[in-house]
Design a protein around this ligand. Structure first.
Ligand code: IMP
Ligand code: MG
Length: 183
């Protein structure tokens, strides 16, 4: 799998170090709240969320939300909620965990939906933020790494549902981006 990468953008060691640091930042920011409700956007945030919550030194409730933002592989249209949150969010402190902030439409839409459920607060943590791609206002509360505008895979991020299990984050070689045998 590593051979399919053109280059590595974030190594396994860098990920481990930064995720632990993010856990400390989040723990500090939520001091005084008795419990965090973490909502991970699946599938992309699964690996990141699994590591991140183990670095949060406060009680955490975890739920997941499934969102689709790429319809038919075309330009992202409005994200569609496929599996909704089952936990009651009323008066709770929410930490939304996502893999990557690209245009920002997914996160904006999800935050809007979560706010309708009456939480006490909603904060957003993204592992990656693509520079210069944002189409909506607002900044995430916690960001792991800023990356250039390239299509990346690994550590939860996929191309056609592959490469999520890569331990690092990298850019796919162009010839790997459309193998005819993949469905
Ligand atoms: P946004 O709505 O444009 O911010 O898109 C965010 C979603 O698009 C992420 O949650 C990812 O699922 C997907 N995405 C955006 N850029 C990449 C990438 O470089 N690699 C893999 N998935 C990406
Ligand atoms: Mg994806």
């Amino acid at each position: 799998m590593l051979n399919d990468l053109q280059k590595i953008l974030v190594s396994q060691e860098q990920l481990q170090r930064r995720v632990a640091e993010l856990g400390r930042e989040i723990t500090a920011a939520f001091q005084g709240t008795d419990e965090i409700t973490a909502i991970a956007i699946i599938n992309g945030a699964i690996v990141f969320a699994a590591d991140l919550i183990r670095h949060i030194q406060l009680p955490v409730r975890l739920d997941c939300m499934r969102v689709s933002s790429y319809r038919n592989g075309r330009r992202p249209s409005s994200p569609e909620i496929i599996d909704k949150v089952l936990l009651d969010l009323k008066d709770r402190h929410i930490l939304l965990i996502d893999d990557i902030l690209d245009t920002g439409h997914t996160s904006q839409q999800v935050v809007r939906i979560l706010r309708r459920m009456g939480p006490a607060s909603v904060r957003v943590c993204v592992l990656l933020e693509k520079k210069g791609r944002r189409e909506v206002a607002g900044t995430p509360d916690f960001v792991g790494f800023q990356i250039p505008d390239e299509f990346v895979v690994g550590y939860g991020l996929d191309f056609a549902e592959r490469y999520r299990n890569l331990p690092c984050i990298g850019v796919l070689r162009p010839e790997m981006q459309n193998p005819p045998e993949w469905r």
